[in-house]
Design a protein around this ligand. Structure first.
Ligand code: ASP
Length: 366
């Protein structure tokens, strides 16, 4: 249970690298915690002299293509009708351009489509059917993005919804020979392991968010960023989160720095989070101070009511033009039952990618 006394309003001890400012720009890539591979590929591209935006888009493409990440691209958890809808945005620092797509169906790489909106149109954002037609026009292949694992989780979610009498039209009825709730699932998904079924029940009960945001700086001081997601699981069709909103899920200003976000998008949109982080860095705050101050505004929106704040999490990633960087979260950890996972973010400064602890506003106690 969360009590005010059990919470410390202190920031985590930052990783040493997060507090130092580099005098000269250097190649540096940061991302949300699902991004070590993404950072590695983006770094390889920076080292090969490729453009910063091409590097981060190539990096997140790995995650969009990976069916094991159920929060991004192919294999993402679907909306309430079982359809995967993807959101993404990109910003290119040197040219000060941006592009985004929202509620895009059937195309596994929305970040690449967002980059094309930036380079091949006179617009910044395309949504829904228009975004799909645009992607089709540019030769993107259409496919069903719903994997069997995601379909299993979606059906479990539908079965978990009950009216006051315990009825659910999507679950076996009174006349079913075997009333065991999971019997039909085992029949319909013979390949599903016990672990997969347990995961499906967990995500049905606690609709997860998840996303990848990746920011890069190169040795010439150029910066770019991308954020891409399947958004909130079981969302109302057409729901758009913060990820494709320039200034919320992503913001890059070549003069100051870059910021991206993951977590409950609705909270981020209300504080124009990524733009706020970048503005604070422009005013001279460190990356860590900027993410924490932005999170304080989120907390303020709920009058610092910890019971309400405890129902979601929000994370920011910040990279200053001089190489100072940080990840910051509303909460120190994600707690599921007795499992406590420290909030972290991925960093690559030229070697292997590593995870560093996020700074945070509040501590969760089991
Ligand atoms: N921010 C994303 C959204 O609200 C989801 C997430 O990052 O978890 O759509």
């Amino acid at each position: 249970m969360i009590s005010r006394r059990s919470l410390l309003q202190v920031a985590a001890v930052p990783a040493a690298a997060a507090t130092t400012s580099a005098a000269a720009p250097k190649n540096l890539v940061i991302a949300s915690s699902n991004g070590p591979d993404c950072c590695r590929l983006a770094m390889e591209m920076l080292q090969a002299g490729k453009d910063t935006l091409d590097a981060v888009v190539a990096g997140v493409t790995l995650v969009e293509d990976d069916p094991r990440d159920t929060s991004v691209g192919y294999g993402g958890l679907p909306n309430e009708e079982g359809v995967v809808e993807l959101d993404a945005s990109v910003m290119h620092g040197p040219s000060r351009r941006a592009g985004s797509v929202a509620s895009l169906r059937n195309i596994r790489n929305p970040s690449q489509v967002a980059r094309l909106v930036m380079t091949q149109t006179d617009h910044i954002m395309l949504v829904g059917e228009g975004a799909l037609r645009f992607a089709r026009a540019h030769g993107f292949a259409e496919q069903n993005l719903l994997t069997e694992q995601a379909r299993l989780a979606w059906l479990v979610w539908k079965q978990s919804l009950r009216d006051a009498g315990g009825w659910n039209n999507w679950a076996p009825g009174l006349d079913a020979p075997d009333p065991a709730p999971q019997a039909w699932l085992r029949e319909r998904f013979p390949g599903a392991t016990a672990e997969m079924l347990a995961w499906a029940w967990e995500v049905a009960r606690h609709p997860p968010t998840g996303t990848i945001s990746c920011l890069a700086l190169n040795a010439r001081g150029e910066m770019s960023g991308v954020t891409t997601t399947s958004g909130l699981a079981w969302k109302i069709p057409g729901r758009v989160g913060d990820s494709p909103i320039i200034g919320a899920g992503l913001y890059v200003d070549q003069d100051a720095g870059a910021a991206g976000s993951t977590g409950r998008g609705e909270e981020n949109i209300r504080v124009a989070g990524a733009h706020t982080v970048v503005e604070l860095m422009r005013q001279g705050r460190s990356a860590k101070e900027a993410v924490l101050e932005t999170l304080r505004r989120v907390s303020r929106n709920y009058g610092d009511n910890l019971a309400k704040l405890g129902r979601f999490d929000l994370n920011f990633y910040a990279l200053r033009k001089d190489g100072d960087y940080a990840g910051g979260s509303l909460w120190d950890a994600n707690v599921t039952g007795s499992r406590r996972v420290r909030r972290q973010f991925a960093v690559n400064d030229g070697g292997a990618s590593r995870l560093e602890d996020c700074a945070y506003l509040y501590e969760r106690r089991p």
